[in-house]
Ligand binder design. Sequence first.
Ligand code: SAH
Length: 210
Amino acid sequence: MLQLQKEGVTDERVLDALWRVPRERFVPQHLQHRAYENIALPIASDQTISQPYVVARMAQALRLTSDDHVLEVGTGSGYGAAILAQLAHDVVTIELRPELSGPAQARLRDLAYSNIRCVVGDGSKGWSALGPYDAIALTAATPSVSPSQWEQLSEQGGRLVAPVGDLNEQRLLIFRRSPGHLDCRSLGSVRFVPLLGVAGFNILDPARMN
Ligand code: SAH
């Protein structure tokens, strides 16, 4: 936690959310002793649970309030959704792989987080049924922010954070939308697993090849 503060995560609400969410419940059992290291760790289906520092930077940049309705793209383990849910009114989290969404939902239910809704689908198009959102967090590398994702972001001060780039390296970008204006800032270089789907990277998913 001290390390996070040194590295520029200073928002007390975000640091508090990181204290409160038990990361060891979101990692595979054989890696539980490493849950509090500031590193990404493998989860099922060749995906990863993001590094706490990156989750914290994303949450801090979104400047969430207790009124915000949030979309997370890429549920993975459910950890990011749990952090966002501490800071916002409610979180919708979408996952392409049902085999990850199921266990994440069970975990979030066991931990009694009541303001998170898990859905299965292609989040590269966002999730219009429950939009618009005050904030959107993309937790997989994307070639760009898709038109549907923009459409689902509130025009009145909506924020969107996304790792935008190619498969090897991305820039973590934070956008803020207001009528007739879009502000963008880079939080530095990152490496996420790829976003698949219609507006994601058009690559073969090894888990689905047989
Ligand atoms: N937020 C997660 C980490 C996500 S890793 C956590 O805290 O654990 C990225 C996730 O995005 C993976 O689980 C992957 O399956 C998912 N993903 C990839 N493409 C997607 C898409 N088009 N729609 C929804 N989820 C997608």
